[in-house]
Design a protein around this ligand. Structure first.
Ligand SMILES: C[S@@+](CC[C@H](N)C(=O)[O-])C[C@H]1O[C@@H](n2cnc3c(N)ncnc32)[C@H](O)[C@@H]1O
Length: 286
C-alpha cells in the first residue's frame, strides 16, 4: 500500500463513518507513522508503507471508526508546547485549558514573585502543572507545585509525563488525594484547577466519543457540576492565607458560581472569556 492509497482509503473510510476531520486524522496518523510532515505526505505519495505500518494503519482505522479519539490512538497529545502521554485513565487536555495556563502565567509575570507556590486540583495528564513548571523553569524562577488527583492511575501517568518532560519531581509533586476531603489549604500563591464540572444530566448528553472513552470521574462530579467550586469557595472563606485562584468553568455556570461565591462572602472575583466568547475562567483574588 502506498502513502497515497492509505490517504485515499483512510479518508473515505472515516468519512463513511461520519468521523469529524477525516482528512486531518488520517494525515496526522500517517505523518506519525512515516516521520514525514503532514505537508510532505503528498510529496512522498508513491512510497510504499511497510507491512507493519499497514497493520498499524488498519488498526488505527478500526479504532477511529469505533469512536476512539485520535489522541488515545496515538497515545500522546501536544499541550502548551509539551508532549504528554495520554491513555484511558486521563482526560485529553483541551485547548481551553491552555488558556487557563496562559492566564496563570500572565499573572505570575505581573506578580514579580521570585518563589512561586502553586496547588493544583485534578492532575489528569499533568498538563497544567507540567506546562506551568516548564514556564517557570524557563524564567529561572524558584517554584514549588503540588498537584492532587483522586486516582492512582492518573498520578502514575502524570508522573511519567513529568519525567519525560525533564522536570524535577522535587519541585512538582503529584499526590493521590481526595480534594473534597481536605480541611485547609497550605501557604500558597496560586490555586489552579480544571475540575470535573459537567453536571450529571449534561454528562448523559455528551458525544459517545467522549463518554465511551474518556474517564467519567474526569468529567462529572455526578451531581450539579458545581461541587468543586463550592469546596474551593469554602476553603477560601475559612483560609487565613492570601492567594489567587484560577479555575476553568463550564458553559453556562457563571451565575451559579457567582451565587456560591456571594454566599461565601467572596467579592474579589472576575470571569474571563475563552476564544469562543464563553465565560471559561474564574479568577478569585483575596
Ligand atoms: C477535568 S479533569 C482535569 C485534568 C487535567 N488537569 C486537565 O486539565 O486536562 C479533572 C481531574 O480531577 C480528578 N478528580 C476527580 N475527583 C477528584 C477529587 N475528589 N479529588 C481530586 N481529584 C479529583 C479526576 O481524576 C481528573 O483527573
Amino acid at each position: 500500500m502506498t502513502i497515497n492509497e492509505a490517504l485515499e482509503e483512510g479518508i473515505e473510510t472515516l468519512k463513511s463513518w461520519n468521523i469529524d476531520e477525516a482528512s486531518a486524522n488520517v494525515e496526522i496518523f500517517l505523518s506519525e507513522q512515516t516521520g514525514y510532515k503532514r505537508s510532505q505526505l503528498k510529496l512522498y505519495k508513491s512510497e510504499q508503507l511497510t507491512t507493519q505500518q499497514v497493520k498499524k494503519f488498519e488498526d488505527f482505522l478500526k479504532k477511529r471508526t469505533m469512536g476512539m479519539p485520535l489522541q488515545y490512538i496515538l497515545g500522546k497529545v501536544e499541550f502548551f508546547g509539551c508532549t504528554l502521554a495520554v491513555n484511558k485513565n486521563v482526560l485529553i487536555p483541551r485547548p481551553e485549558t491552555e488558556q487557563l495556563v496562559e492566564k496563570v502565567v500572565e499573572e505570575i509575570n505581573i506578580s514579580q514573585l521570585k518563589n512561586v507556590r502553586i496547588y493544583e486540583v485534578g492532575t489528569g495528564s499533568g498538563c497544567i502543572s507540567i506546562a506551568l513548571g516548564k514556564e517557570l523553569e524557563s524564567k529561572g524562577l524558584k517554584y514549588n507545585i503540588i498537584s492532587v488527583d483522586i486516582s492512582e492511575k492518573v498520578i502514575d501517568t502524570a508522573s511519567k509525563n513529568l519525567k519525560a518532560n525533564g522536570l524535577d519531581p522535587k519541585k512538582i509533586r503529584f499526590k493521590v488525594e481526595d480534594f473534597l476531603n481536605i480541611k485547609e489549604i497550605d501557604d500558597i500563591d496560586y490555586l489552579v484547577s480544571n475540575p470535573p464540572y459537567i453536571a450529571l444530566d449534561d454528562y448523559e448528553e455528551l458525544d459517545e466519543d467522549v463518554k465511551d472513552f474518556e474517564p467519567r470521574s474526569s468529567l462529572t462530579d455526578e451531581k450539579d457540576g458545581l461541587t468543586f467550586y463550592r469546596k474551593i469557595a469554602e476553603l477560601i472563606s475559612c483560609s487565613n492565607n492570601r492567594f489567587k485562584t484560577f479555575c476553568e468553568i463550564g458553559f453556562g455556570q457563571k451565575e451559579a458560581i457567582e451565587s456560591i461565591l456571594n454566599k461565601n462572602k467572596i467579592t474579589g472575583y472576575k470571569f474571563h472569556k475563552d476564544y469562543n466568547g464563553i465565560d471559561r475562567i474564574l479568577e478569585i483574588s483575596l
